[in-house]
Design a protein around this ligand. Sequence first.
Ligand code: ADP
Ligand code: MG
Length: 714
Amino acid sequence: MPEKSPQVATPDQISLEQISGVGPKLQEQLQKMGLNSVEDALYHLPLRYEDRRQFRTISQLQTGRQEVFCAKVLAAGETQTSRSRRRIYEVMVDDGTGQISLKWFQYRKNWLQKRFSVGQQMVIIGEVRSFSHQREIHHPDTELLPDGADPTELLRKDPLKFGRILPVYQLTEGVTQYRIRKIWFNLVKQHSASIVSLIPPTILKKRHLPSLGAAFLHCHWPQNDSSLPLLEQGKDPARHSIVYDEFFFLELGLALKRHGVELARGISFKAEHRYTKPLNKMLPFRLTEAQRRVLGEIKHDMMSQAPMHRLIQGDVGSGKTIVALMAALVAIENGTQVAVVAPTEILADQHFAIFNHWLKELGLRCSLLRSGLGAAEKRTILQDLSAGRIDLLIGTHAVLQEGVEFKKLGLGIVDEQHRFGVLQRGVLKQKGENPDILVMTATPIPRTLSMTLYGDLSLSVIDQLPPGRKPVKTIHYQHNKRSLAYETLQQHLVSGRQAYIVYPLVEETEKSDLLAATEASETLQGHFPNARIGLLHGRMKPAEKDAVMQTFRDHQIDILVATTVIEVGVDVTNATIMLIEHADRFGLAQLHQLRGRVGRGSEASFCFLVSSEHYSEDARRRLDVMVKTNDGFQIAEADLEIRGPGEFIGTRQAGLPDFRVASLLRDARILEQARQDAFDYAQEHHYLQTEASAQIKAEMFRRWGGRLDLATIG
Ligand code: ADP
Ligand code: MG
């Protein structure tokens, strides 16, 4: 059935209900899968492919593969499994080269009996399995052949069934593969050509990319001479073309966004050294080379006309805080104020302790805007802030609220730790007139991810730890070997060290984390009768948490039992042991963050990972990674590999763009190419101000305008 106006409608404008074979019910189901238009359908690529170009013989069948072959029924009937006494229907087939058994576990006996009479010739499609030397196929698809029919005839008869490499699509309830395949076959034939890539032919040629229309046709309906392995591994040039196209437009948007930042007029700070120099003298250590390099990059940005938009990425303990403090002093020297935004109360407290300590020494004023403040206290802070009597304000997202007004905000520092992207950098910017923005993250984001997540930020990496750090030694204990970990822990307590014992948040159906941690601390007292044990959990009030942390810092507590609230930023040098219970339940990023709480001084430190009685294969891989390396980048790469980028710590909530076909993990190289080409193209075309780039610009806005928040860019 032809569409209403095929001449004008583009695939994104044709809704699926206009496609033949799609009734109201199916349309609704497809909608639930996010498929509304013909364009959506084209981007809905097959999950995998089936090779039905030729029939195989039974002797050629390979275990573990989807196979297609012809055979005759040798015997059929109901039997019982020997162990569970379950009834099954079994059909033995033969093709002259061998035999194989077909099995049904759920069936209507009458129907099978009628269908598979002895001597019946048929085509069989299914995955070959092997059980104690016997090959079998469970619940195969079968296609009966009339007596004496030539099976090879079939190969030419119905291209949706045989004689081709067939696409296999994600199914929705009550719809067969055949039906979906038929709908898609017609749709792709009819519409793929009208998907026209706007990417300049010179770029396509340089990157050896087939046209988009051809690419869609090929991915849905590959020619018989296509390479099946390439298709199945996602390495087919046609797929690359689609992926490249997705990346190119995203990167164009990022190029524009970055350019918008560069164009804006910010504050040009001057190097006054009034506070930075004295601080350098007071610090009990010298900055590492990496810290100095990154600080140089920050100062360079701060002195330039354009507002700074910089990300400092540095592993846990690499010393980002001091670098941020130095940057803050540059801003304060120039008569502006600084805001520091932390993701949690605990971390805000921690920052306050450090910043306040040094600012006080320098005669500067630092305040903490915390959630538990009384109305009067809060009012005083806000008044002092807007009058310019506060040089640096620290807090959680409370700092971003309305009513928090600076006299002159010069620098906003966002500590995202590993919760990147959650905080709104834009809101912070609006608290001043194009203030500089510095984002800190401890998440060792793989390059490919940071390029998309933070594509509009310049990147500085602190890739060196302060000297004298000994890598944390990590040991995995099975749950029944916990006492070995306790023994070592006890020895360290005796020699004056402190320890963390961490419990995961237990699931809601179980007890509350509070109860679990409370109970645990009671049990622990039995194991460590002389130790002073403290408890820190998520439901404590900020002041209570503070008090506990302070007691721990003052070494009035030997073992701090905690739920994951200590995950970020806590810094107690004398704590050298971290024991993590049910370590298998934590993600890699979390484990790495937790482990970062120890190994902060020059003492040797340990991390004991105690696993639950049962844990998954993925959990085992995570624990292995932790034992093997302390390197945050390696851990992040491993995390990506185990989980896939979609699930990478919080990327979903962070608004990481969802691609329709592309995968950040698999297609990292294509992303880099697309980024390079897109940035070059944007520059050549005066950031898409030229006539020639008008169409590309419109397409970029259509796809990413909203998601990249490009509204302000003309
Ligand atoms: P991060 O925030 O990157 O995890 P911090 O800034 O909290 O790391 O620094 C970790 C610890 O290292 C702190 O105790 C800090 O005082 C210390 N530190 C920072 N820089 C240096 C340095 N150059 N030499 C020695 N110690 C340092
Ligand atoms: Mg820190």
